[in-house]
Design a protein. Sequence first.
Length: 303
Amino acid sequence: MVRKDLLGLRECEAEEIDEILTEGLDMKRLLKQNGKSLPYLRDKSVTILFYENSTRTRSSFELAAKYMGAKVVNISASSSSVQKGETLVDTGKTLDAMRNDFIVMRHPMGGAPRLLAETVKAHVVNAGDGMNEHPTQALLDMLTMKENFGKIEGLKVAILGDIRHSRVAKSNLFGLKKLGAEVTMFAPRTLIPAEIGKLGTKVCSSREEAVEGADVVMGLRIQLERQHGGNFPSLGEYARYYGVNDEVMKYAKKGALVMHPGPVNRGVELTSGLIDGETSRIEEQVLSGVAVRMAVLKLLCGE
Ligand code: CP
């Protein structure tokens, strides 16, 4: 991979995504054999700069960097000089002056990682920017699919949930389409952006239509923190009329995988039975997250 930064899958070539997935599958095999001392980033430093909450993404980037021997620094907006009025660009210049090799950033504003990447010499990895993209989440989702099916091309992936506020839905759509998958989506009309169909997904008018013949059914979190109410009557009614349950899954292929990027609102986007069921790959996605982030860090620095 020859790019300096990973900001989104919209701008990635299919070959680059393929390269990351191939490397990520190798990393996952090593992780499953307890391979946690790989030398690829031995002389590198990684700063994890998060302006939003996170469990999975933050900790998996930190573990990925540490498993490959990097020095890791964690900065949260709440404890940084951002609280004293420092701008993003000045924060970036400060981190650059310390000879950081990587800055992994999550920010509530779409486009913030791009602004940082244009400012700093360090490689910038977007760990989720507003409602724009979350490229490593989509890569870990695709890695999980590729591990299960041996390919992405020809798969049918149904995405149901809060599409409007979701950076995960957009990154998955870009990545999956580039690798030849078919993507269908369903959400209440208030939670689906009018233009999403132009990006190559089929917007369905029912859960059953979206899930019909699917190899993978992905639930997305209702992002209450980005909503101002009024998009659906109540969480109970959302679960009843828009959530994924056993009845809806009957329309998917037999044994279709159940996925979710997390954190899950249990019993809202997916029933508890599906989350904990045999076909769920939600925990598997978490390990894929460490593996794919190892692959991204390794490939970005040309190792
Ligand atoms: N999927 C995801 O981005 O989870 P976190 O918010 O916990 O990082």
